[in-house]
Ligand binder design. Structure first.
Ligand SMILES: [Zn+2]
Length: 244
């Protein structure tokens, strides 16, 4: 085989191996050989979590195996009960403790939080992102979804009805002269569609004079994602928010 062709063949084979490694198949194949099946099964299930790859899942599986019996028992108990014990706050949609009779999350229970600022987020985990900034002292409303007609997601698939028909009305009726809705969701088509819908409903209900809509300041990446914002950027963006 001529040198050049041989080199190309080796490069081709290396490429195939790299692709296999990329797709985790080669590593998984090696793990199957090395790990007993239950450990391999546990490691593969730990890969359900974002950011947990083959190596870290294997390490976690081994760490779990080596836990002292009492801690292992506590972990199993937490895993089996967390879904039954965590619910969503009946006021804002953030995570709440099922055992609390109020049905409210810690934030809604906290009477010192500002009533006149409602931050609209897409997912409950976005609340945690914003709480890390420690400068927002208002309350939240979790929309669950953003409107995206291309994906067949409309207003009825969000909690916008609950926000605009109940919450905003209740807050204004309670004596608040004005309300600020702060939009904290990823920019782009679905964010724009959701913003347009909110504005539309406020116009229909003749509430534009009493409800201000603001969004995070310019300077953020155009298609920012709340999950990936660093704390300093988030603080600055919140402080310099502007009309939406
Ligand atoms: Zn709440």
């Amino acid at each position: 085989m001529p040198f050049c062709q041989k080199t190309l063949t080796i490069l081709y084979l290396e490429n195939i191996i790299l692709q296999l490694v990329d797709e985790k198949r080669l590593i998984l194949y090696l793990r199957v050989i090395m790990l007993p099946k239950p450990l391999y099964e546990l490691a593969s299930k730990l890969q359900y979590f974002p950011g947990v790859g083959v190596r870290s899942s294997q390490k976690l599986a081994l760490d779990i195996l080596e836990l002292p019996p009492e801690k292992y028992g506590e972990l199993i108990e937490s895993l089996s009960s967390v879904r039954q014990q965590v619910t969503f706050c009946k006021e804002c949609g953030f995570f709440a403790d099922q055992a609390l009779a109020s049905g409210l999350c810690d934030i809604c229970e906290n009477t010192s939080r500002k009533q006149h600022q409602l931050c609209l987020v897409e997912k409950p985990t976005d609340v945690l992102t914003l709480e890390k900034s420690q400068i927002f002292k208002g309350r939240y409303h979790v929309l669950t979804n953003l409107i995206s007609p291309l994906d067949n997601i409309f207003a009825e698939h969000t909690t916008l009805g609950d926000l605009l028909e109940r919450r905003v009305q209740d807050l204004l009726a309670s004596g608040l002269p004005e309300l600020e809705l702060i939009l904290f969701f990823k920019a782009g088509f679905s964010g724009d569609a959701t913003t347009a819908y909110i504005k539309d409903i406020l116009v229909q209900k003749q509430l534009v004079e009493r409800v201000n809509i603001t969004k995070l300041a310019q300077g953020l990446p155009m298609y920012y994602n709340p999950d990936t914002l660093d704390q300093a950027t988030m603080v600055r963006a919140l402080e310099d928010r502007r009309p939406a």
